[in-house]
Design a protein around this ligand. Sequence first.
Ligand code: PLP
Length: 264
Amino acid sequence: MASRKKPIVWSIAGSDSGGGAGIQADLATFHNFAVHGCTVITAITAQNSFAVGHVSVTPRRTLAAQINALDSDLPADVIKLGMLADEGVVSMVAKYLEGYIGFVVCDPVMVSTSGGELMATGVCECLIEKLLPRCDLLTPNLSEAEAILNRKIKGLDEIERAAADIVALGARSVIITGGHLTARNNERHDYWTDGIEGFWLSGANIDTLNTHGTGCTFSSAIAAAIARGYDLRDALVIAKAYVSQGLRMAVQLGGGPGPVAHVG
Ligand code: PLP
């Protein structure tokens, strides 16, 4: 058999029928980074630009069958985790990762910007206990970081402390995307740490309502850049640039906020 030249990245995440976030955003990102994307679909969401209308969590057998089909033939160089929906999904994914040695990026998806619940209540504890210790990088936004730590985060130094506390919970490293809290001088700042070193990553504050799928795209771009051989710190910078350009080029498609664009 010919040797494999194209890296393989799995996305274990939910489907967004509106095509802006979840699996659909992940595959668009993987395509632009020239990595091959495989998918383990954890849930099917019926959503448009206004709202998440319906969520159907993938049956356990179907979830296991997807993982097994890929594992036996298309092993992942990097795995990206997105919407994990409920405890059953988190437990099965955590079990699989026990025997996986590649890089794992986890976007702890909880609630969509449009307000839809993408993770059942009480699942956060399970994620912390079972999954965090297997994550090389966690990419929470501010409210996800608050949910993980069960406290409010109010200032820049609190973000630094929160990131260190999330690493102390078991993740190998974390980048908290600061959003509105860190928007100043027309810039936005995200904070990364592995518990030993830490730095702020700055980018332009792009004034747009079309931000759907930003978190999914950021974590997928990091996963893809890692799969392409970039060092983690470089992968963060590349992913931030990819998302920034996607926000600049984003357009409204339906009646509500549009999706981040995928600029190759
Ligand atoms: N739908 C799915 C399936 C997702 O995985 C995500 C990701 O966070 C979202 C919706 C939410 O997207 P956003 O909050 O960027 O609008």
